[in-house]
Write a protein of this length. Structure first.
Length: 164
């Protein structure tokens, strides 16, 4: 189930990347050919970039794409590596939950205030961080799933080796 959510996050990231590319090309063509602009690329593109980053985290983690120190693993016995992996993943999970809590607080505060962006199209300020919160939540679920797998004796995630 978590693997499907990770893939869904990666799919959303890919779709948003395609959107940003199309919007950028549209902006370039509008400015070059018609002297016009959508007036939204910098703002919406920035929000999309944040969403791409956070939605891509779980899949990147499971596919071995995140930076890891393999030299330490190579020098330690497998049982020590497993214990160390559990500790590191638990610490990462704590940090992710901590960050998600503050993103949630920001969303709630902006929602209650009814704050909007001061731009061409006023966007509610609580809306853009929702993508970051969703991505962080997916990443936290994936980390929890991985810790459970580690306790069950499943293999460790290795650089470049997909677990999905």
């Amino acid at each position: 189930m978590i693997a499907y959510l990770s893939r869904a996050g990666a799919t959303i990231s890919c779709a948003l990347l395609v959107y940003v590319c199309i919007h950028t090309m549209t902006e370039v063509l509008l400015r070059a050919l018609f002297g016009a602009s959508t007036l939204m690329l910098d703002e919406v593109g920035g929000y999309a970039l944040a969403a791409i980053t956070f939605f891509g985290l779980p899949y990147t983690f499971r596919s071995g794409g995140l930076l890891r120190v393999q030299s330490l693993r190579a020098a330690l016995p497998p049982k020590v590596c497993r214990v160390l992996e559990i500790i590191v993943v638990a610490a990462t999970l704590a940090i992710v939950v901590y960050i998600a809590y503050f993103v949630y607080r920001d969303i709630a505060r902006n929602f209650m205030r009814g704050a909007r962006t001061d731009s061409y199209v006023p966007i509610p300020l609580w809306l853009p961080p929702c993508a970051a919160l969703a991505g962080l939540t997916l990443f936290a679920l994936d980390l929890c799933s991985y810790i459970v797998e580690l306790f069950r004796g499943r293999p460790l995630v290795v650089d470049g080796e997909s677990q999905i």
